[in-house]
Design a binder for this molecule. Structure first.
Ligand code: NDP
Length: 418
């Protein structure tokens, strides 16, 4: 589009002016974009062609006790029921002794992919003798991470096809998520392989399938406190176990089961300033680790307890990316009171499990809509233009007549306004 030529070279004000000039927005909408931009300087640093800051609500989930420590958890989400469900689930788990979480390992992985290989096995054998050299090359490419106590740790090889080999580099990235650290190291390793073995490099890039960055969260809930809606605790626990089994058997259910987990995971990941696409990619890939897409959590009855467990790959950092730039990410770090990236991982996995508990508890007892209903109705009332005072009245009337569609809401609002 002509008027947008070299848009990225314009100042922020010029970019907004162009939108008006090109009849994309009105003058009052320009004002809206301007007033929503809470920090133009940061926006311009973060992305190209910045016009404003999009806003998603942030709230606090309560009742989290993880490894004996209490947390209030900042969550960024636009979905009405997520924080309420999270606090509710965490509250029941808190009464049962809280969550426990442990880190298995924290190494990020990246790959140098070699193509046009006609002797894959021979090449891998040759490269195997060079592991310590390649690790040294990787560390020399990013010496500061070595000074911080991290650095390249392992190299593995995979023959992906007769003509394609992946050289997998595993790196201790300390407090960072490590994408840039990995990418720098991988390009150095690729250059070395290309120079020494004259091989064709297809690409060198971090992998988001973080299988050596795993954390497990667990909880144990006494079965006798689970009774609800006339269903006794034992029955509820059995339904939990069946729901868990269903998510292992059926990818259609597993996708929704995991989406509910990610409702909590993403909300904390975003609040912490981390890259939620990286975490999404990692968790969903991990859900397919044995070839079929499955639920990421499990629930089983052990004696008089319902035992929940989740293992997630969580490539998150406590420094780097947006974390040091966005003031709210810093404030959220202070609210969450975590010491390091490993502790942040334990919190995120725990939130995922509590979120899953809350969703399944509703599903196997009263159904998901009842708990969601009032919050969804609030959004519905707002969407048809009800003001603060009118929202409660519209919700009450909708509940009374058992409707939840916009036509009914509109009719009620009109009646209220006379
Ligand atoms: P950064 O490069 O922003 O930050 C990492 C740097 O922080 C380190 O290199 C180090 O630099 C510094 N640092 C300061 N203190 C520490 C510490 N205690 N431990 C470790 N490092 C420390 O980010 P990352 O490399 O973590 O990459 C994350 C970013 O990359 C995210 O924004 C992500 O969105 C993006 N990204 C993601 C990709 C993907 O997921 N596929 C691909 C490409 C980018 P120094 O030692 O020099 O001070």
């Amino acid at each position: 589009m002509d008027g947008f030529s070299k848009y990225y070279k314009k100042t922020w004000q010029e970019r907004l002016d162009i939108l008006v000039k090109q009849n994309k927005i009105t003058l009052s909408q320009r004002q809206m974009l301007e007033s929503l931009a809470v920090n133009q300087e940061i926006g311009d640093i973060q992305i190209e062609n910045f016009i404003t800051q999009y806003q998603i609500p942030e709230g606090l989930a309560m009742n989290y006790v993880i490894n004996g420590k209490e947390y209030i958890v900042p969550m960024v989400t636009e979905e009405p029921s997520v924080i309420a469900a999270s606090s509710h689930g965490a509250g029941i788990i808190k009464r049962s002794g809280g969550l426990k979480a442990k880190i298995h390992s924290r190494l990020m992985m990246g790959q140098v992919v070699l193509e046009n290989v006609d002797d894959a096995k021979i090449l891998v054998n040759q490269l195997q003798t060079q592991i310590s050299t390649l690790i040294e090359v990787a560390n020399q490419a990013h010496p500061s991470i070595v000074k911080r106590g991290g650095g390249a740790r392992e190299i593995e090889f995979r023959i992906l096809a007769p003509d394609m080999v992946s050289v997998d580099l595993f790196v201790d990235v300390q407090e960072a998520m490590g994408a840039n650290i990995l990418n720098t190291m991988l390009e150095a390793v690729a250059a070395k392989i290309s120079e020494q073995y004259h091989r064709d490099i297809l690409m060198s890039i971090l992998s988001n399938y973080a299988t050596k960055c795993l954390v497990t969260a667990t909880c144990e809930i006494p079965i006798d406190i689970l009774g609800k809606n006339g269903i006794d605790g034992k029955n509820v626990a059995q339904k939990f176990a069946q729901a868990s089994r269903l998510a292992q058997l059926d990818p259609y259910r597993a996708a929704t089961h995991n989406k509910g987990i990610m409702n909590g995971v993403d909300a904390v990941v975003i609040a912490s300033g981390n890259d939620w696409r990286a975490v999404e990619a990692s968790c969903h890939a991990y859900a397919s680790k044995d070839g079929q897409y499955r639920g990421l959590s499990s629930w089983e009855i052990q004696a008089d307890k319902l035992v929940g467990k989740i293992t997630l790959p969580l490539p998150v950092g406590a420094v780097g990316g947006s974390i040091g730039i966005v003031p709210l990410a810093k404030l959220n770090k202070q609210l969450l009171t975590f010491e390091n990236a490993k502790e942040l991982e334990t919190i995120i996995a725990s939130v995922g499990l509590a979120q899953n508990f809350a969703a399944l508890y509703a599903l196997v007892t009263e159904g998901i809509q009842k708990g969601h209903m009032r919050l969804q109705l609030k959004s519905l009332a707002k969407s048809i233009g009800a003001n603060e005072q009118e929202i409660t009245r519209v919700i009450n009337e909708l509940e009374k007549i058992g409707k939840r569609d916009s036509n009914s809401a509109q009719a009620i609002l009109e009646k209220i306004r006379g």
